[in-house]
Design a protein around this ligand. Structure first.
Ligand code: ATP
Length: 433
């Protein structure tokens, strides 16, 4: 890591001022002025302060004050002509208006009734609020207004850890209380190219089994965050190495080939691949039964499930797809029921093989092919209305995909052949195996 020093708080204040866009700066100024009028101090905390130290561009502005912040948020929203949204369970309020969004939270302490449970929250001092956080680099506060303005609270040595590129938990039970921090550790480690400090790493390994105490929704939430990183494959390789994936579900795994496919996914045209494509790639390593179990473990949404399970099922078809005697029309028929994310995942995965060629052709060309003749045209040619029409349309589409008909006239010819019995209709299901 370069360019990180033990920055002086005054410099951080200046950096904050100059780094914000006009709308956010104005919103922040109003909130701070109103807080000052009430004689209160507001602190910049969490990722916003961490990223300011790291010079990572404008981050989320998370503000914490001791005591209720709702009325302050209301006033600010009124002055700014914006609105406020309360998230009661967490004692936080979002103030948002044209071009800005600020999060205000009441300083709080947390107590975990049991590992993995959502914590019981009570109003507390800023010091206690910092003590409930995940890592030292996220457990600092910079006073932005009031008598303490410019004061940096860094009770756990977060600045030193940022300078040293270290991730460190605040206490030995941290991962037991909340094992989602295991995934957060990997996310920050890979995003910032930090190292997990030795003792924290030992605790992380010791407490892997506590991932079991975390609900599917929360594990999924953290995994999706990991997938949203610039280079998610780094985090997944690290999870594999540390045994995190296996602790989430024994069948989940990640390897170098998947890492290459993840990178390929980003090069394949889109700036950020849908998380479903990444999930599909993970699915290619699972048996259909395991894919179902992983879906349950992660409480996946319908689209996510379809991508993961679809890719697991499609991966089973790869040997068939690589056969030379498989026609394009058979490929189309077989792949059409699969979600595109699953097909894309398999196409990214298989190296230069015949199967990959077919998957790419399907994605880029074959799935768009249509016959020129439609149902009405077929009726005019004498095909009897009813299921027969659908079969003939399928035949025409197959002929187009396979290059056996390349014009409307050739399609008409084929239909005449069917009507006179010269052309045989394909059996339902394609009969490819
Ligand atoms: P990112 O840049 O990834 O959004 P962030 O630090 O802003 O990082 P959030 O998930 O928005 O992350 O959380 C905001 C802050 O809340 C964190 O910086 C951390 O101090 C605290 N926090 C979040 N999740 C946890 C957790 N599971 N345990 C303890 N503290 C947490």
């Amino acid at each position: 890591m370069t360019g990180v020093y033990l920055t002086k708080p005054a410099k951080l204040l200046a950096r904050l001022r100059t780094g914000l866009d006009v709308d956010t700066a104005q919103g922040l100024e109003v909130v701070l002025r109103l807080a000052e009028e009430e004689g209160r101090t507001l602190y910049l905390v969490g990722g916003g302060l961490r990223d300011l130290v790291l010079r990572r561009g404008q981050a989320d502005i998370d503000l914490v004050g001791e005591g209720q912040v709702l009325s302050l948020a209301e006033k600010a929203a009124t002055v700014l002509g914006g609105r406020w949204v309360e998230h009661r369970a967490f004692g936080t309020v979002t103030v948002e208006g044209k071009g800005f969004r600020l999060d205000l939270a009441m300083a709080r302490a947390e107590k975990y009734a049991r590992p993995g449970a959502l914590p019981k929250v009570r109003p507390a001092s800023i010091d206690e609020d910092l003590a409930r956080r995940d890592f030292t680099i996220n457990a600092m506060a910079l006073a932005l207004c009031g008598r303490e303005r410019g004061q940096l609270l860094d009770p756990f040595g977060g600045m030193g850890d940022i300078a040293g590129g270290r991730l460190r938990v605040l206490h030995d039970r941290s991962f037991i209380d909340d094992a989602t921090r295991i995934l957060r550790a990997v996310r920050y480690e890979t995003r910032f190219s930090f190292g997990i400090e030795e003792k924290t790493l030992a605790l992380l390994k010791r407490d892997l089994a506590y991932l079991d105490t975390i609900s599917g929704a929360r594990v999924r939430h953290e995994l999706l965050h990991l997938l949203a990183e610039d280079e998610p494959e780094k985090g997944f390789l690290r999870c594999q190495e540390l045994g995190v994936l296996a602790a989430i579900h024994s069948a989940l795994r990640f390897d170098d080939e998947l890492a290459v496919a993840f990178r390929r996914a980003r090069r394949a045209g889109r700036a950020a691949p849908q998380p479903e494509v990444y999930l599909g790639l993970l699915g290619t390593r699972l048996s259909p039964a395991d894919a179902e179990a992983v879906t349950l473990r992660l409480a996946l949404s319908k689209r996510q499930r379809q991508a993961l399970e679809g890719a697991a099922a499609l991966a089973q078809l790869l040997p068939w797809l690589s056969r030379a005697d498989v026609h394009p029309s058979q490929v189309v028929e077989r792949l059409e029921p699969f979600p595109l994310a699953a097909v894309e995942a398999c196409a990214l995965l298989t190296s230069r093989s015949a199967a990959r060629e077919k998957l790419r052709h399907y994605l880029e060309k074959w799935r768009y092919v249509k016959a020129s003749l439609d149902g009405r045209a077929l009726e005019r040619l004498g095909v009897v209305r009813g299921p027969g029409i659908r079969s003939v349309l399928r035949l025409l589409k197959a002929a187009r995909v396979d290059g056996e008909a390349s014009s409307r006239e050739e399609e008409v010819e084929l239909v005449r052949g069917v009507l006179t019995g010269k052309v045989e209709m394909p059996r339902a299901g394609g009969g490819e195996e």
